[in-house]
Design a protein around this ligand. Structure first.
Ligand SMILES: Nc1ncnc2c1ncn2[C@@H]1O[C@H](COP(=O)(O)OP(=O)(O)OP(=O)(O)O)[C@@H](O)[C@H]1O
Ligand SMILES: [Mg+2]
Length: 256
């Protein structure tokens, strides 16, 4: 089982869009069994896939704070299994802080649950909160979505420093890849920032970029992934290609 956390503490860069569509692509194209975990109280991943956040029996809050079994929090949807989120996650940092083993709670939960998935994908909130730290400690690799705009690299140093620090608790932790989102190839700024990202991340920058595509923004309001909403769109083609790159990394880990 491979665990991937989708992380960038910057808001609105395409984390959730990447988490849900990559997860769906891995099931639909890669025929993989995928569990998506929503770690954001905004619950965008949950609602984007048509799950009613107010009708959840449990969220990760019950699992990490009250010891509810993870499988009790799993909701099955057409293609994916999801551990949904809602406002219950909002106050978690304060409550988690009391636990001695606060940063490793999620890691322990995943290790102790008899999960039968090929991939666990975690959609994180735009912060380096204790919940995000839990994701970084529990995960194998990190995928960082980045928008090619002027401030793209601002904050990346903080994220890289956090990742570096947490390798003490999680020696497997590494940047699996960086994906350019909302890409506009006609813009000089996009091209410049893209070149800067290539310079900074080298081989870690996925060749696939996700174009700005209105269909990707529309799909969540129908509770659908891009593949169910409009599979011929540029957005669907891009997430299909990204999934192939991610699958290839798993098959050839030595290339990392
Ligand atoms: N490639 C794209 N083309 C057009 N719109 C996009 C694209 N990717 C994301 N969006 C839209 O941009 C907004 C932000 O995307 P998203 O919610 O995925 O970002 P996020 O990083 O998860 O945000 P947050 O930090 O709030 O969790 C959403 O309205 C989404 O529909
Ligand atoms: Mg999000």
């Amino acid at each position: 089982m491979e665990i991937i956390a989708i992380i960038n503490q910057k808001g609105g860069v395409g984390k959730t869009t990447t988490a849900i569509n990559l997860a769906c692509a891995l099931t639909l194209i890669g025929k993989k069994r995928v569990l998506l975990i929503d770690l954001d109280a905004q619950a965008n991943a949950t609602t984007s896939l048509g799950v009613d956040k107010n009708a959840l029996a449990h969220t990760l809050a019950d699992v990490l704070l009250d010891g509810v079994a993870l499988d009790k929090a799993i909701v099955k949807t057409k293609h994916l299994d999801i551990v949904g989120a809602n406002r219950d996650l909002a106050g978690m940092d304060v409550l988690l802080a009391d636990a001695d083993d606060a940063p490793i709670l999620l890691k322990n939960t995943l290790q102790n649950s008899q999960l039968d998935y090929d991939y666990v994908i975690m959609d994180c909130a735009p912060s380096l909160s204790l919940l995000t730290v839990n994701a970084l400690v529990a995960t194998d690799g990190v995928i960082i979505p980045m928008q090619c705009e002027y401030y793209a690299l601002e904050g990346v140093a903080d994220l890289m420093a956090t990742i570096d620090k947490l390798t003490q608790l999680n020696p497997k932790l590494h940047v699996r890849g960086v994906v350019r989102t909302m890409y506009d190839g006609r813009s000089i700024l996009t091209q410049d920032v893209s070149a800067e990202l290539a310079n900074y991340f080298g081989e870690k920058l996925y060749k696939t970029f996700i174009p700005r595509n209105i269909r990707l923004a529309e799909a969540p309001s129908f509770g659908k992934s891009i593949f169910e909403y409009e599979k011929s769109s540029a957005g669907a083609r891009a997430y299909h290609k990204l999934a192939l790159e991610v699958l290839k990394q798993t098959e050839q880990p030595s290339l990392l």
